[in-house]
Design a protein around this ligand. Sequence first.
Ligand code: CP
Ligand code: NVA
Length: 338
Amino acid sequence: MNYLYQRHFLRLLDFSDIELENIIILSEKLKKIKKNNQEIQLLKKKNIALIFEKESTRTRCSFEIAAFDQGAHVTYLGPGSTHLGTKESIEDTAKVLSRLYDGIEYRGHNHEVIETLAKYSNVPVWNGLTEKFHPTQIIADLLTMKEVFPKKQFFEIKCAYVGDSHNNIANTLLEAASILGIDLRLISPKKYWPEKNILSLCQEKSKKNKKQIICTENIEEGIKNVDFIYTDVWVSMGEPEKTWKEKIKLLKNYQVNQNMIDMTNNPSVKVLHCLPALHDQKNIIVKSILKEYNLQDGIEITDNIFQKNQGIIFEQAENRLHTIKAILISSLIKTINL
Ligand code: CP
Ligand code: NVA
């Protein structure tokens, strides 16, 4: 039985541990099938709307390729290209799109928009990132963790998230950890800890699983013996430019660098990053920020640590495709025979 059929995919707390694990198992299957050039198209004649109110490389491309591989068609609606929320209410747009399409992906600024879209849509709505959550990303990260430790259960994994723990990646990792029993430590200055309501909901859930999720400002305390260190940009899409000043001041000690790796006491610790990453001077943002704030090497992660972990980081990026494909199939196909 496919319990995800016709359900929205807005945040991970809407799902059980078994449901998340089933998506990951299906993703593994689909990854193998694609590598063996044996794609079986389950989404023929399906039409998918992709609404992006923010930029994207991985998420857009993964949704498009997943759809194409599976025989579905997509319409890309980029920033400012629909009437959504301006000339037309979110409710009316949802009603129109769900008469035309079999599913709607939405990336935007405000999580309430996707909740309203979902409320009035008769077809599944998938969250391609809001300021609060990025659930398709974390499913890809869970697959990546499982590939690193094929014999471990999620409740045997220890993960530290370092940097801005108030953002969409941290919130979603927090939800995943609470459902699956991952030992998660969020390491940031108190100002950037997650919102109280999300944190306490997840901590309670985690306690029920006899597990613990901690927030700490103390890097040494949080990082010891972890299997993974996960980090993300310090300033997320949609945050004003001026945020950099304060973030750099408060977060500069939370950069993932060799010193932090040494503190784990685990020579085989792996570093995860959802990308895009500000690790070298090959992009405009890093160049200007390093210069303005007199920083030497990378922002949230040094180039040295990024390069050492690029194998796993780019695997995370590739896994976006396989996991998004699994989510599309699970939402749109009642009985999956693969
Ligand atoms: N990680 C991620 O969501 O990347 P994009 O912003 O490129 O989609
Ligand atoms: N926190 C980042 C994630 C990008 C994938 C952002 O929202 O910009």
